[in-house]
Design a protein around this ligand. Structure first.
Ligand code: NAD
Length: 292
């Protein structure tokens, strides 16, 4: 069944996601402050206009502050029973506050951050991690199936964001551990390929080593084999590690490795000075022993 969808935030991720929904036959109205044109998506002039009459309003925005602002605008414009579906990566508190406001206005609210990046958004193979009421999840499921290959219902509002930042905290930490181990192996005269062959089939394996090896020429093709063109830019990892530490502080959780990863990526991004390379380029930092 074709649905009426409002899509707000047509950036690197939002544009291909909206295009896939339109291609699948849904009626999509899109709004972005940067007036973007997307195949099959009817452009409108405000977030309110995108939200009016929509059964589902999807947001794909840079951060929690912008999400709060946009939500305050669209919630009053939406019809009771409609779904406010935020796919941005934002802080857990913003996700929970926005969901509470939406529910108070008679809407269903979901936080559904994604993994899979721009490639996954274009190919319609994203993974959604979803927080919110089961009724909302059921209504949005056909849309998850178009934009992605997997949607995991993680529980109440905010739990999608919680799953996302926990996953990416592990990813940041294992990438750093993998990079520093390669740098140590170099110093000890251990061949990188030999190290990969051992670790990728031993207890030190991880996605960072096996699927996304930071050393060029080793393992499956990865950004390391392409001059560290992202992929997943170090800035985005820095954002997610910041959200993880913010959540940890708010919840009084002890996350020393997450804190160390945040500090290392903060320094790395500062040293990058706008070069925008992939987060696996952290290997270069350890090759040069970093600064200081
Ligand atoms: P982006 O900066 O390309 O897109 C954000 C869009 O929002 C921009 O087009 C911007 O003009 C628009 N926007 C900003 N304020 C607005 C407003 N008030 N009203 C309407 N539009 C507004 O970012 P992106 O890469 O598409 O990422 C979007 C979200 O997805 C972020 O939260 C990011 O953390 C998350 N994410 C990104 C990736 C990735 O690989 N790029 C992967 C997973 C998750």
């Amino acid at each position: 069944r074709a649905m009426k969808i409002g899509f707000i935030g047509l950036g690197n991720m939002g544009a291909p996601m909206a295009a896939n929904l339109a291609k699948a036959g849904h009626s999509v109205r899109g709004f972005d402050t940067a007036s973007v044109v997307v195949d099959g998506v009817e452009p409108v002039n405000s977030a309110t206009e995108a939200a009016e009459g929509a059964e589902v309003v999807i947001t794909m925005l840079p951060n929690g502050d912008i999400l709060r602002k946009v939500a305050a605008e669209v919630i009053p414009a939406m019809e009771k029973g409609a779904v406010l579906l935020d796919c941005s990566t934002v802080d857990v508190d913003s996700a929970r506050d926005v969901a509470a406001e939406a529910e108070a206005a008679g809407l269903l609210a979901l936080d559904a951050p994604v993994s899979g990046g721009i490639g996954g958004a274009s190919a319609g193979t994203l993974t959604f991690m979803v927080g919110g009421a089961p009724e909302g999840f059921a209504k949005a499921k056909p849309l998850f199936d178009i934009m992605g290959q997997k949607a995991v219902h993680c529980g109440a509002s905010g739990n999608g964001q919680a799953a996302k930042i926990c996953n990416n905290m592990i990813l940041g930490v294992t990438m750093i551990a993998t990079c520093e181990a390669f740098a140590l192996a170099d110093k000890l005269g251990l061949d990188r390929q030999a190290m990969f062959d051992v670790v990728s089939t031993s207890s030190g394996y991880s996605w960072s080593m096996n699927a996304y090896c930071p050393a060029p020429g080793i393992g499956p093709h990865s950004p390391a084999d392409n001059g560290y063109t992202p992929g997943f830019a170090a800035e985005l990892m820095l954002k997610d590690l910041g959200l993880a530490q913010q959540a940890a502080e708010g919840a009084d959780a002890d996350t020393p490795m997450g804190a160390a990863a945040l500090a290392l990526y903060r320094q790395f991004v500062e040293d990058e000075d706008g070069r925008g390379r992939d987060f696996s380029a952290m290997l270069l930092r350890f090759e040069s022993r970093g600064r200081g």
